[in-house]
Structures are given as structure tokens and as C-alpha cells.
Design a protein around this ligand. Structure first.
Ligand code: ADP
Ligand code: MG
Length: 292
């Protein structure tokens, strides 16, 4: 039988905007010692905008942006949305493929166009001019390397770099402080580059940062923490982190996140705010202390 305290807690949780799947979720939330946060859409708003367009020699800004937007038009990733929004006249594209946490490929006017991380460009065997490597390494934001081949069947060349960024949620810093006050370790886990990750972490007061993690890498990090004896919650919006949500002791889906996030989670936050994570932990601890 479900103890009355848990039922009451579930109701109080709903009032706080914390939707719990069942009594186990409350029990787990009460025992956590580590909270792992996804970056994009979790600590940040997830509403990215295009900040820079850096073409390589021989490519125009217009061409770079148009082909990138065409290739990204099949993706719902915040990075893709930012690029598509910045190029309303982009040509059509077909044969969309997504490499989760790395980038996209599509056919645009007979050319195969890719857009993704620097690692993704290299993985695809693309030649990346030194000037673009330097631009990618200095960019103050998330970097998207864009490229294509001159002729079908030839290997691709990187043609430019786009830089996109979003901002931390107004209440993320206070939420992190609150989690610390509850005695929880807070970790930022992201597929984005180290520089962006460190910058966002510094803005909200997180010391432990794991960047450049693939979706599989995110699962591995969660598993590593659990094997070290930690009781881990993962908070995410479900874009490239659903598997990590499911791999944690407790998956917490961000309000405004994807259906995938809700399905992979034990707790769904109604509000688009990290503050609700601390509310959930506090409430769960109180419920568990009443039962014991
Ligand atoms: P996060 O962990 O911050 O939520 P993701 O795991 O979704 O980030 O993505 C990690 C990285 O993969 C991005 O920073 C970007 O370099 C690359 N990437 C993912 N999706 C796309 C896309 N649609 N277009 C370009 N790059 C992408
Ligand atoms: Mg994400």
C-alpha cells in the first residue's frame, strides 16, 4: 500500500509543478546526492540565436548560411532552429540524416551538405582549413562547422563556421545555489564544447563540467557516477539526453521539453525552471522522514 504521506506529497508536488510517476520516484528523490544537469534547454533557455557567420575563402556568407539552413531544416535541435530562422530563403533539401549529439547531413541541390561539431566534420573526412579550425576554437558560443563537396562522390571540405548561443535561465544560478544548500553535488554534462560549457557553468556556479559528451558518453558518465556509489538525478529536455535520463537513478524532465524526455523520466517539471528540482528533493525528503 502507498503510505498516505506519499500520496499527500504527490498532491503537494503537483501544486509545486512537480509531477511524479509514483512512490518510488519520491523515495529516490529523497536519497539523491548528485544532480547532473544538461546544458541546452535545461540550464539555458534553449532558444538559440545565430551570432556569427564565418565563411572560408571562396565561399560567401549568403551561400554558407543558405546551405547550412537547408541541411538543418530537417532537425528540431535548438541549434538547427537558430540557423533555419536566420535564413528564411534557404533552398529545399532532402535525404536528411541526423547524427545525435554531433550534427546533420542532407542533400541540397545535388550536393551533400553537413553541419555539426568540428569532431563531426573530421569524422566525415572533411578537410577543415586552418583558419576555420582557429575560428572554431575561439568562438564564444556553440560552433557549427558547415561543408560540402564540389562534385558528387568527392570528399567534403569545410566551407565555414556558424556560431550560435543562448542564455542561462534567469533563475538557474539561484537554483544551483539551492541544490548545493541541500548538500547535493551539481554537475554540468553537455555535448557542447568545453569553452561554452565552462562559461555557462561559471555563470550559474557549477564547478564540475563534463563537455563534448556524445549521447552514449552521457550514459557512460551517469553509469560511472552510479558505480562510484552516488545516487544520481539527471535533468534534461530530452534532446540527445533521453537515454541519460533513463540511465540515472532518477530522470527529471524539464518543463517545455520533449515528449521523449517525459517518457524517459520519473519526474516531470511543469515550470520551465530548475528551481523545481530543489522543491522536488525537499518535498521527497520531508515525505520520507514522515514515513520513517
Ligand atoms: P547539449 O548536451 O548541450 O544539449 P547536444 O548533445 O544536443 O548538446 O549536442 C552536442 C553538440 O552536437 C552540439 O553542441 C553541436 O556541436 C552538435 N550538434 C547536435 N545537433 C546538431 C545540429 N542539428 N546541427 C549542428 N550541430 C549539432
Ligand atoms: Mg540537450
Amino acid at each position: 500500500a502507498t503510505p498516505v504521506a506519499v500520496l499527500v506529497g504527490t498532491g503537494r508536488g503537483a501544486q509545486l509543478g512537480v509531477l511524479v510517476t509514483g512512490p518510488e520516484a519520491i523515495e529516490t528523490a529523497g536519497r539523491l546526492d548528485t544532480v547532473v544537469l544538461d546544458k541546452t534547454g535545461t540550464v539555458t533557455t534553449g532558444r538559440m540565436t545565430l551570432h556569427e557567420v564565418i565563411p572560408a575563402e571562396g565561399t560567401t556568407r549568403e551561400e554558407l548560411l543558405a546551405l547550412a539552413a537547408a541541411a538543418e531544416s530537417g532537425s528540431q535541435h535548438p541549434i538547427a532552429r537558430a540557423i533555419v530562422a536566420a535564413a528564411p530563403d534557404a533552398p529545399g533539401a532532402s535525404r536528411f540524416r541526423t547524427a545525435a549529439g554531433r550534427g546533420v547531413i542532407a542533400e541540397v541541390g545535388g550536393r551533400e551538405v553537413f553541419a555539426g561539431s568540428l569532431a563531426f566534420a573530421r569524422e566525415r573526412g572533411a578537410r577543415v582549413p586552418d583558419a576555420l579550425v582557429a575560428a572554431a576554437e575561439q568562438a564564444a558560443g556553440s560552433v557549427v562547422v558547415v561543408g560540402w563537396s564540389s562534385f558528387a562522390g568527392m570528399s567534403a571540405t569545410a566551407r565555414g563556421v556558424l556560431v550560435v548561443a543562448d542564455t542561462v535561465r534567469d533563475d538557474s544560478a539561484a537554483a544551483v545555489t539551492g541544490l548545493r544548500a541541500l548538500g547535493l553535488d551539481v554537475v554540468l554534462l553537455t555535448g557542447d564544447n568545453e569553452r561554452v560549457a565552462r562559461d555557462i557553468a561559471a555563470q550559474v556556479g557549477i564547478d564540475t563540467v563534463i563537455a563534448g559528451a556524445s549521447p552514449e558518453g552521457k550514459i557512460a558518465e551517469i553509469a560511472r557516477l552510479r558505480e562510484a556509489g552516488h545516487r544520481v538525478a539527471m535533468v534534461g529536455d530530452g534532446i540527445n539526453d533521453s537515454a541519460a535520463l533513463a540511465a540515472a537513478d532518477l530522470g527529471i524532465a524539464m518543463g517545455g521539453g520533449t515528449d521523449a524526455a517525459r517518457h524517459a523520466s520519473d519526474i516531470t517539471l511543469v515550470r520551465e525552471s530548475l528551481g523545481a528540482v530543489g522543491d522536488a528533493v525537499r518535498l521527497s525528503r520531508r515525505m520520507m522522514s514522515i514515513i520513517r
